[in-house]
Design a protein around this ligand. Structure first.
Ligand code: NDP
Ligand code: 8X3
Length: 252
């Protein structure tokens, strides 16, 4: 029987690239996101290769998440791997200048959304047992602070600790859990973070070599297809041309 991957945020960036990578590997795909037309386009692209089920889904809506999981066709259950990828950063400005709603949107998506989907799929993942996996998209921002990171980084720190705590509770189930923590990767991420400022997005990636969506998709696929007895707890990945910087000091 074909393995089934359930991907959140499959309409762009890492999620879309992961859909293509798992299709190459012969997995059945459950593709979700809010933009239906993009899901339909991806289904049309990949349906000749593998079975594809799409569901328009806002991960912030717990009832809608549960309904989408309950409505999975028989051929797409139990799910083998959950890729908790939907997420976003907003407001790359100092905390004291951020609109409260932007903080709520990040928490609702990156934290509440991620736990909504995890909770709904845990029974199926446990049913799958050995070889099942949850791959959570964290970030270097979850471990390393930087100006303008405020709630985004904090939400990704949640992702890391939730990953580790899930490992403890799922120990005897065979279900693996991984936090993949990428650094700078060129997707629509910065366009979203700047609320549509294409010039700012282009500027961030210009003159360097960021990670690509395909680079991260390859790591997601790698983690999910390791032998069943291997669990990668956390995988932090930066472009070679990115590193940490010195502490900032306030001076008179
Ligand atoms: P993109 O903006 O390209 O993709 C984000 C995806 O998340 C989209 O498919 C979007 O779909 C989906 N999404 C956002 N909000 C919701 C929601 N409420 N419900 C359902 N889906 C949602 O960004 P990336 O591919 O770069 O980001 C993917 C993940 O990787 C995120 O969690 C991000 O924080 C993380 N990450 C990104 C890095 C980067 O530098 N790019 C580095 C480290 C981590 P739609 O709008 O159709 O709903
Ligand atoms: C996104 C990567 O460096 O903007 O998670 O925090 S970074």
């Amino acid at each position: 029987m074909s393995k089934v991957v359930f991907i959140t945020g499959a309409t762009s960036g890492f999620g879309r690239a992961a859909a293509r990578r798992f299709a190459q590997g012969g997995w059945s795909l459950v593709l979700t996101g809010r933009r239906t037309e993009r899901l339909e386009a991806l289904r049309d692209e990949l349906a000749a290769q593998v079975p594809v089920h799409i569901a328009t889904l806002d991960v912030r809506d717990a009832a809608a998440v549960q309904a989408a999981v309950d409505a999975l066709p028989a051929d797409f259950r139990p799910v083998t791997s959950l890729i908790n990828n939907a997420g976003l950063a907003l407001a790359p400005v100092p905390a004291q200048k951020v609109a409260l709603q932007d903080w709520h949107t990040m928490i609702d998506t990156n934290v509440t959304g991620l736990v909504n989907v995890t909770h709904a799929l845990l029974p199926q993942l446990i049913e799958t047992g050995a070889g099942a996996s949850i791959v959570n998209l964290g970030s270097v921002a979850g471990q390393w602070p930087y100006p303008g990171g405020h709630v985004y980084g904090a939400s990704k720190a949640f992702v890391q600790q939730f990953t580790y705590n899930l490992r403890c509770d799922l120990l005897s189930t065979g279900v693996r859990v991984t936090d993949i923590a990428p650094g700078m990767a060129e997707t629509e991420f910065t366009l979203v973070r700047t609320k549509g400022d294409q010039a700012a997005s282009d500027k961030l990636y210009r003159g360097t070599t960021p990670l690509s969506a395909e680079d991260i998709a390859e790591q997601i696929f790698y983690v999910a297809t390791l032998p069943a007895h291997i669990n990668i707890n956390r995988l932090e990945i930066m472009p070679t041309r990115q590193a940490w910087s010195a502490f900032a000091v306030d001076r008179d």
